[in-house]
Ligand binder design. Sequence first.
Ligand SMILES: [Zn+2]
Length: 480
Amino acid sequence: MLDSQCEKLPPKYRKHHDRYEFSASTKRDLAAAAGTKCALPDCLTSTHFRDTKKNGEVGSAHLGKASHIYAASANGPRPAPKGMTPDQIKHFSNGIWTCSSCAEKIDKIDIRYTADRLLEMKKIRETAQQMAASDLEIAFYSRHISPIAFDEIFWNNKDNLDIGRIRREVKSAFHSLNASDDKSRGSSLSVPPDCVLKPVVKDIRAMMRHSDRNRALDILGAWAATIKDPFWDRRGLHIHYVTVAISARNPENGEICESSIRLRSDGWGQHYTDVDGSEFLRFAISTSAGPRCNLRWKLSVSLDKEGLRTSSELRLSGNLSPAMNLYPGELANSISEYIALLTTLAEGWSPIGYVNKITGDSLNDDQMHSEPFRIVMRLTEQELEATLYRARKIQLAQQLEIEWGYLFSYSDIYFSDELDLKTIQRASDDLRRQMGPPPYWYRGETDVLKMVGNRGVVLRVREGILRFEEYQSNRQTMRL
Ligand SMILES: [Zn+2]
């Protein structure tokens, strides 16, 4: 309907058509407050860039969007609570700055991006930006740590945003890059002091260190070639996003696992020879746990007058998020590949990591350095088992989404031990049989499948969403 036609309608019918847009100055304020970065914590992409106009004049352009937290119109995602006025909807406090692809993501998957969650993201990004711009000490250190690591410190302190504590953590994130702590000295090989093999092992260690240095140097050289900044003096520390791949190697025969997962990582590099001829090298990788993978790899290789030190460890970071596989644009891991990798690790294979020689989010494996870095496993058997179990449930939920053509909504109860994979699949099959062929626009639910504590679990389908949830006897569910 054209706006002019709409104007002619009585207000009662016009209401749904109105959108309360932000003013141009509110949009500018939102972009500035977010530091012209996407406010989603796993994205943080810069939205603004230099742009040369057709007439040759240099200006700027951006690929950002000021999104409404509570919807701009009555039928948008995240409808505004009753009583929220148009002025409040158009206000700075109801806006979040994101890149254009995240803007689409938060509106299309609004059950995952609730208003509360977006308000939290807005608050953290704007606070972090405020501190990076106004606090001299934090401003200094923030330039040396990655945007994701920097914001993560604010997320870890989100409840009280204690400035003293944040300042200490930002400083220590900076210092941990120096990788000179004693814990990371040497490799994980340990040999009794009197053992006759000691000299041999020493040689192996020296060899390993030698190859760590060469591998790091190859990658560093390739990264440094991508730096276009005319002010870079070829000595300073540089930092990039880089794609890494984690796989596993059979410790007995050296066989390499066919499955691997890609992760976006921060990569730091520095290499120069001092006037006295001594070599200085720093190379570090730190992956961010993405929505599809909760492994975290930290690698650091550093060489100075005290010698070469390598530390390379794999840990778990949080729970596997059910949001995985939702966004086709993200690093193309599949849950089945993740399960295959976790399974080989659980069978005792050793993790290994490959690093891309191209900086940025490249998925081109040809550019991965062909020799992997060894990684020391810091996950317990229980952690691995628990992650595998969760991954298998997510895999099954994705399978159900395909079978039904519905969206699966994850609940805590879905991940409870009592609800095993067989029960889930059977419940879904029975309900589909009971409801007949698609399209499943109607509603339905199973009988109680299992008890979790004193709560009965049912599978319920409603408005295109599948969900395992608690049975409520007083609720009237329409059945066909
Ligand atoms: Zn984004």
